[in-house]
Design a protein around this ligand. Sequence first.
Ligand code: ADP
Ligand code: ZN
Length: 745
Amino acid sequence: MLRSMESVQPKPSKADQILETVRRYWGFDTLRPLQEKAILAGLDQRDSLVVMPTGGGKSLCYHVPPAVANRTDIVVSPLIALMKDQVDGLQACGYPAAALHSGITPEERREIEAGMTAGRYRLVFAAPERLLTPSFLSLLPRDGIGAFVIDEAHCISHWGHDFRPEYRQLATLKDRFPSASVHAFTATATPRVREDIVQQLRLDDPTVLVGCSDRPNLVYRVVPRVDVARQVLQVIGRHAKEAVIVYCISRKDTENMASSLRASGVRARPYHAGLDADQRRQTQDAFAAEQLDVVAATVAFGMGIDRSNVRCVVHAGMPKSIEHYHQETGRAGRDGLEAECVLFYSAADAMKWESLIHRSAAEASEPADVAEAAVEKLTHMRRFCSTALCRHKGLSEYFGDTYDRDGCGACDVCLDEIEGVADATVTAQKILSCVARVEQRFGVGHVVDVLVGADTEMVRRWGHQGLSTYGLVKETPRKALTNIVYQLVDQGLLARSDDEWPTLQLNDASLAVMRGEREVRLVQPQIKTARKTYVEEASWEGVDRGLFEHLRTVRREVAKERGVPAFVVFGDVTLRGMARLRPSSREALRSVRGVGDRKLKDFGKRFVAEITAYCKAHSLDMEAAAPDMHSDGLQSDDLTPVAARKPSSARQAAMAMFAQGRSVADVASNVQRTPATVLKYLVEYIEAERPESIDDWVDADTYRKVAEVADELGTRRLRPIFDRLDETVPFDTIRLVARHLEVRA
Ligand code: ADP
Ligand code: ZN
């Protein structure tokens, strides 16, 4: 049956207009589930709060509405570097955007102001303090502003981890622009911060969209810290020529770290708030241009950087909250490809943070609950480091998400990489008895000196070279032993006084260990071997690595010629797509994710030429579509039973993404399989996991419609259902509902 005649040339629906825009500017074929909802809120000018993890695709959510509605929206962003990166990226896609900030010349300013008055831009970026100045306000047509977008909206809340007083002024937006909608975006917000954002901005009955905070493409590892420079170098060795950020606690640490890495031949530089603006800018630019691989940074670095292919984030010390950790590790793998996060941990960090918190509370005479809240955050962070529970689960639950998968396949715990120390109990007993011998009157440093048999002034002064425990573990390096002492403290097997000169003290647990009534588990300061994750395997599947590296060089050259950051040319996902499909024509290149109209025009010829030459020189097949790239999947109605199929990494990666409710098209582009193949995976997922609901893939109305007909006709054959519904519901949708009905029956 055909649909009625008047729908032959329908006005494009909102959804079609959105997709058309996304395809044209960015070369994406689909939207992620939350993106679609967030974009609709923007288009309908309904206030919204969107919480999506880094890399979740927040920016697209506010890029699209003004382009579809042909209006100008204003984006409030806290940092010039962030605005600049966004505007560069948008302009490379042919999208009209500009940023007004102190870093532009008077001519640029005049041009942008003229453009704003003429309504030439879809987006204009500005800092919060500029937004409410009379000169900026005079540029805005009073009723012509459709929407304000508040990026990094958690900055408005002092319950968050990055409070900025300038953001408070945004509360007046609703008074000044009663007809404009306000849309808040953030990556990291606990429920309390979310509430605070809604209140402060006075959002009116907002659409609240909270994505799952988990980042399945990140692998998390926590490793005891013994000799951090050497340990960091080892990690970086797994990421040769890739982008790495090493977070350090102090400015001095960043400088030491960078110079020790440089001494080993790594292209590394420090970055912290104490460097002058020029130096910082240079480092950021070199990093964005891929002329610099490693940046050793204090937290100051966190906000300003936008290199989407950071493949590794190292913490040389423990951050003071899970929010910080999540935001900083969030810089890794923003492009959705595999990335590694390693935290080098010692309980000494927690103790240092705690004394800092108390000191600053005393000095600033803050209300007591500020310090209390800080200590509570610290405790969560410390627990995350010191317990061997799935890291993905730990993070998710902290942010209020449930995580009910059995083993994430992407953390040191689930990958079974943590190695215990042999004879841990005996080592612990030696340490504890040394604490007893020095009469519980000394700190970690001295106890370790005695155990390794060091000849120090203190040892001599107290005659400790005469103790039976002197030199008892001289085979263990000092740093390694120090870490072990802190492991004991962390596990509560040894206490540490919290006065100015902390001393080690025995407690009941210590005595139980010494009497041999209690076993001790200690962790080695390195992982067994870094294992590959599903995401890593899937994202490299079919990719010619040599070609990928070659295309990175080409990208670097193009970026240099144009004076833009490398990511502005193409992201890694797109380069891997090219190195996988190896398109021989511009038309074929267009099918690679991330190649929109403008970039095809600007870079298409060059990249196709480079790919062709490379493939010739290396005898590589071109147009190497994935094996099932052209099957349309609609024909096969019966599917092989799950057990008969052999698992593939793409399938496994797909399963993990379905568990997060990601759309078929999104998964398809991530695992580089056709939507038809991914639909089969989704059917398997439904069969295996029996999810309570499948409303991430089929909306409730359609589901109900199909279920009603299936109730009458049965689910064995799908064609009759399809016909009965006048062909209005796609076959694939019917199949999903039918399988779901079966497994939930
Ligand atoms: P966030 O601002 O939430 O950290 P971004 O907006 O930087 O995330 O997007 C993260 C990455 O995902 C970018 O590389 C972007 O190109 C990609 N991306 C975003 N939306 C889509 C989509 N619908 N399809 C494919 N890729 C997308
Ligand atoms: Zn895990």
